[in-house]
Design a protein around this ligand. Structure first.
Ligand SMILES: *Cc1c(COP(=O)(O)O)cnc(C)c1O
Length: 419
């Protein structure tokens, strides 16, 4: 039984896997499409190229309208702004995993209120929402995190009872289906990101989907300096409603040219991910004590931005996730990262204590951060023999838990990734 590569042994992979060799996907159809857009000179957001993609993406997720933008943070901001949410209002957000959700609430001048997550799905815990609601609360903004979905049935029930809007942050959940409905189409607005690390990736990019025509129009005006959908450049037929903040969050049409083929192949990508996750979890449940994030309770098809492993069995006590990350990195898997969170402890999170509220101690988020690592989704699409070796590497870490424990204090974890 060879030593961990971290401690001088032979790595499982002779040739380390490299994220930037397998992601983002490239193909000749897309290369041709990019060239066509280039020669068409239709590079701005005013053309059919963008409108067609936005409609296709909305249709695919079961919503009526789609508004494409430059990233998946301003989409959240515009969704909030379109509902008139602003200074003096509160919005309920989850403390795991990316701080865009909470920051977007601040970007409209409202106050993010953190509600803890469920231990199994790692998504916002509906049980804990009611006690966080005040007379200022205007919306709930759950994140469908990693490879799971927030409990939309219960969140929608609570929202209805308290007359709140629901904005789904589906940045991780392209193609997810909850109880027959496309993810992002259940709440008032769904927001997706096409940033480099997401399941559909164009470097940067984002989209809002909704079935409310008035909200779609307000979101569109917000991202396009007040223009109404369909207005020709330089000839707006009407101005935006008073009080609606409008910005230039337009994206160049090259982004949608990159995404067109990815939308066509999303079904097969998610099928491949599901099959490999099934294999990995089936095998590792027998051979290790790792706990895996549960899929959405009513997920008919799970989207995946990453695959989360929780090392919280007694066997792994005193092994920080940064050490597990390093051990797996040394075995040849570069894209294992510790679970990020809570958001309000990020170095990049610069809000003062008067600008946000933590509704109650977020102990489940803290526990998940103390024991969780994620593997980014592109690896889940690799050929089965590679997936088998990924499982070998994880089993190796499990078998050497004692060594990791002994060395945990001595090891330099400064290479480990942290926001
Ligand atoms: C990536 C991400 C976003 C949006 O990020 P952008 O980089 O601005 O596109 C929003 N929420 C979550 C949970 C994310 O992971």
């Amino acid at each position: 039984m060879s030593k961990l590569a971290l401690l001088g042994g032979q790595p499982v992979f002779d040739q380390p896997l490299q994220f930037n060799k397998i992601w983002p996907p490239v193909d000749s159809t897309t290369a041709q499409r990019l060239q066509d857009v280039y020669y068409s000179r239709e590079w701005t957001a005013f053309h059919d190229v963008e409108h067609r993609f936005a409609q296709d993406f909305a249709d695919y997720h079961g919503a009526k309208y789609g508004v494409f933008m430059i990233n998946g943070t301003v989409t959240l901001q515009c969704a909030l702004g379109a509902h008139g949410i602003g200074p003096g209002d509160e919005v309920i957000v989850a403390p795991l995993n990316w701080y865009a959700t909470a920051m977007a609430v601040r970007h409209v001048g409202a106050c993010p209120v953190f509600v803890d997550i469920e231990a199994d799905t790692l998504c916002m815990d509906p049980e804990k929402i009611p006690s966080a609601i005040t007379e200022r609360t205007k919306a709930i903004m759950p994140v469908h995190a990693y490879s799971s979905m927030a409990d939309m049935d219960r969140i929608m029930q609570i929202a209805k009872r308290h007359n709140l809007k629901v904005i789904e942050d589906a940045a991780h959940m392209h193609g997810g289906i909850w109880d027959g409905k496309g993810i992002g189409s259940i709440g008032d607005v769904g927001s997706f990101s096409f940033q480099h690390s997401k399941t559909m990736a164009s470097g940067e990019g984002g989209i809002c989907i909704t079935s409310d025509q008035d909200i779609a129009e307000r979101i569109y005006r917000s991202k396009h300096i007040g223009y109404r959908y369909g207005d020709p450049p330089r000839r707006p037929k009407s101005g935006p409603p008073r009080g609606l903040m409008c910005y230039n969050y337009r994206a160049p049409s090259f982004l949608v040219a990159i995404l067109e083929n990815q939308l066509k192949t999303l079904d097969s990508l998610l099928a491949r991910y599901a099959s490999n996750v099934n294999y990995l979890e089936g095998r590792l449940k027998e051979t290790t004590k790792i706990r895996f994030q549960k899929p959405g309770r009513k997920a008919e098809r799970q989207g995946r931005q990453s695959w989360a492993m929780i090392f919280d069995a007694p066997e792994y006590a005193d092994i920080p996730p940064a050490i597990i990350q390093l051990a797996l990195n040394h075995e040849g898997i570069d894209s294992v990262l510790p679970v990020e969170g809570p958001i309000y402890s990020f170095k990049l999170f610069n809000l003062g204590p008067e600008e946000y509220r933590i509704a109650h101690p977020c102990t489940v988020t803290e526990h998940t951060r103390a024991h969780g690592v994620i593997l980014l989704h592109p690896y889940l699409g690799l050929e089965r023999p590679v997936i088998e070796k990924i499982a070998d590497a994880i089993e190796k870490v499990h078998r050497h838990a004692e060594d990791l424990k002994t060395h945990a204090r001595k090891l330099d974890t400064s290479e480990a990734f942290a926001f």
